[in-house]
Write a protein that binds this ligand. Structure first.
Ligand code: AHR
Length: 325
């Protein structure tokens, strides 16, 4: 069970980065390389699984256009083999830079070695890869997903009283945000042994997946106090399942999610979600700045972390009118 929330938890984050400023320095503002040719970027996107992803894709497409970068874009429909095919095709087309958000963490070394041998720099955005060879990519731009999981866990530790049964809706199996958000959350709730994860399953970051898994949890679990969903979309699917089971989301069953997209923020402001940890999808501008630099052979930081906040129900009400996505 949860205590009443009394204090605002944290700051509304802006689309800003800690290590990559907005100035383009020696890189210039037009999308050209050192010889004045237009920069061609091949971008292999994960898919269109969530509101977050839609906002991320729009940010990349809009900012490529604004930067004068010729963008070749592919949607992998959440399949690693499709992303590998897309990367190979970008290598064949001799693009100047490849960027991608890896569906899963492992299995990238071979194709990234092919890009390296073709002298095409690679930038990771949003999700990391698990590889010992750090020379396979120039930089990784995106959130700290472990930190996001910790923020979710902290809120629960502060607001839970007595035995609390949590069901977890995990993101795509093997994806960095699913692995890290679980890790960070578990680390924090370990401080209160009364809080137990009684069931945990993947909903693949989709609304339909979240709904389906929650329906099964509601049948198999005699007592559910809290849903921890690794993204808003799965939380929104869980809300549908909870309502269909005759319970009140946000009251009978508390809900914590990650992302803070408009639909999630609306549910938070309406009292159907209790807390959202922000994950910022607006990575396009910083990605184009990094791309110009790596194409020109300039130094970039190996890791660029996105600055993010958290939202309570009261904060969501205040932030919603200005929310861009
Ligand atoms: O990698 C970022 C995650 O992917 C977002 O949290 C989720 O909504 C998306 O599918």
């Amino acid at each position: 069970m949860l205590k009443k929330i009394t204090t605002a938890a944290s700051v509304i984050a802006l689309c800003a980065l800690t290590a990559c400023g907005s100035g383009s320095g020696g890189a210039g503002n037009n999308g050209t390389n050192a010889s004045g040719d237009t920069i061609t970027m091949g971008f292999a996107q994960v898919g269109a699984e969530s509101g977050w992803r839609t906002a991320n894709t729009k940010s990349i497409q809009d900012e490529a256009k604004a930067a004068g970068i010729d963008l070749k874009f592919s949607d992998a429909q959440q399949k690693q083999e499709n992303q590998i095919k897309a990367i190979r095709s970008y290598i064949q087309q001799k693009v100047k830079v490849i960027a991608f958000s890896p569906v899963v963490e492992t299995g990238w070394d071979t194709v990234l070695l092919e890009a390296k041998r073709a002298n095409i720099p690679v930038i990771l955005t949003d999700r990391a890869i698990d590889s010992d060879d750090k020379s396979l990519y120039k930089t990784f731009l995106g959130s700290d997903f472990v930190e996001e999981g910790k923020k979710a866990g902290d809120w629960l530790v502060q607001n839970a009283s007595g035995p609390t049964n949590v069901v977890e809706l995990q993101g795509t199996t093997g994806a960095a945000p699913a692995i890290d958000r679980k890790k960070g959350f578990e680390e924090k709730i370990a401080a209160k042994p009364d809080i137990k994860i009684v069931a945990s399953q993947t909903g693949d970051f989709t609304r339909s997946g979240g709904k389906q898994v929650m329906e099964a949890f509601l049948k198999s679990q005699p007592k559910i106090d809290v849903v921890y969903a690794h993204n808003d979309d799965m939380g929104l699917g869980a809300i549908e399942a909870i309502k269909a089971a005759g319970k009140v989301p946000g009251k009978d069953i508390k809900i914590i999610t990650v992302d803070a997209v408009k639909d999630g923020m609306t549910a938070l402001a309406n009292g159907e979600i209790n807390y959202i940890v922000e994950c910022n999808p607006l990575l396009g501008k910083q990605l184009m700045e990094l791309a110009k630099k790596v194409v020109k052979g300039e130094e970039v930081p190996p890791r660029v972390v996105t600055v993010e906040g958290t939202f309570t129900q009261e904060q969501a009400k205040a932030a919603l009118p200005q929310r861009q996505y």
